[in-house]
Design a protein around this ligand. Structure first.
Ligand code: ADP
Ligand code: MG
Length: 325
């Protein structure tokens, strides 16, 4: 790391530690390692995400928005585990030590860190094509962690929030579809500032039998739960929750394809045994949690889709034969 970069880290990131909630016996940025205390009785939950310019966010995207999005997306994995976010380390590869970029990026990143109670405790900075690696660390009681392998036949399948907005936003960003002003604003907000469902994950911990965050599309991600739990899922497509913005801009085909295969939604898909569902209903009635039941877990393998009771065969090629919703 050059003296330029040291100065930038000091100026823009070290303030994170000064404003942090580290204990007096803990250590953040500035030494060879951070020193951190995992709360008693908890396990450390760790996840790493890498974002590459041009692949995970558009080239030339605003640095503040990239900072916001990068952390929010990474925290979604902690949400899916039912974990409480604690710390962040940042691997930063930048083409040049551009002060303006650092200033804007750190502003977005640290704002999101503050919002979700995460402290930046260290990282590494190198030169190269713009790439961000964020490792988030959280804690969760071992018995409360929401793993992928706990779903059983008879459980119901739910999703928190609406599906398909990530893909809809990408279609708007890449100008593949046109959107009215209100839809565009909503979708771009969903893209750059997805809210990791941390609160939902923590409410569900101990209640849900399995959970995953939806980053690659519902079919793929629910498929991971099915595989890990050795079960099958039956989805009712007419029950998938869609936003007004998506409904306003999507073709009939996209109304099925985006929520099922679009990705970048960062909602939680979870399963729950019948005996826990009254507790979920209480959480929903008291407006602590929004969730929609979208299907059932059965024995077998894979994810199967139904539209108004009729089974649909999925093909990798497209979804236009799904019929109208
Ligand atoms: P070392 O050579 O010992 O690995 P570095 O020179 O890479 O240390 O970093 C010095 C300090 O600055 C370390 O505490 C490191 O965690 C921190 N740091 C470096 N890059 C970043 C970054 N992108 N974000 C946060 N902290 C960083
Ligand atoms: Mg280093």
């Amino acid at each position: 790391m050059s003296s330029d970069e040291f100065a930038l880290i000091d100026r823009y990131f070290k303030q994170a530690v000064e404003a942090s909630n580290l204990n007096s016996n803990e250590l953040g940025i500035g030494d060879d390692c951070a020193l951190l205390q995992v709360p008693e009785g908890k396990q450390l939950a760790i996840s790493l995400d890498t974002l590459v310019e041009g692949r995970h966010f558009p080239e030339g995207a605003d640095a503040e928005q990239i900072g916001q999005r990068a952390l929010r997306v990474s925290l979604s994995d902690l949400a899916a585990m039912g974990a409480e976010p604690l710390w962040l380390t940042l691997g930063l590869t930048v083409p040049s030590a551009c002060e303006d970029w650092f200033e804007r990026f750190s502003r977005g990143l640290l704002q999101a860190a503050h919002e979700f109670g995460v402290t930046l405790v260290g990282g590494d900075t190198t030169k190269g094509p713009l790439t961000l690696s964020l490792q988030v660390h959280g804690c969760v009681a071992p018995e409360a962690a929401l793993r992928r392998d706990g779903a059983s036949p008879g459980d119901s399948v739910y999703v928190t929030g609406t599906l398909g907005d990530g893909a809809a936003a990408l279609a708007v960003l890449t100008e593949q579809v046109e959107a009215d002003h209100a839809s565009q604003e909503y979708l771009l907000q969903r893209f750059y500032q997805p809210r990791p469902h941390i609160k939902e994950g923590r409410l569900l911990s101990g209640l849900a039998s399995a959970a995953i965050d939806i980053s690659d599309g519902l079919l793929a991600d629910l498929g991971h739960i099915c595989k890990a739990s050795a079960v099958s899922a039956e989805l009712q497509l007419e029950q998938l929750p869609l936003s007004n913005a998506l409904l306003a801009i999507a073709s009939d085909e996209q109304k099925v394809q985006w929520p099922l295969a679009g990705g970048d939604d960062y909602r939680l898909c979870f399963t729950m045994a019948p005996q826990q569902q009254h507790r979920l209903q209480q959480l929903m009635d008291s407006k602590l949690l929004k969730a929609t039941k979208i299907g059932e877990i059965v024995s077998g393998s894979g994810v199967h889709c139904f539209n108004r009771g009729q089974r649909l065969e999925l093909s990798a090629k497209g979804y236009n034969h799904f019929g109208n919703r």
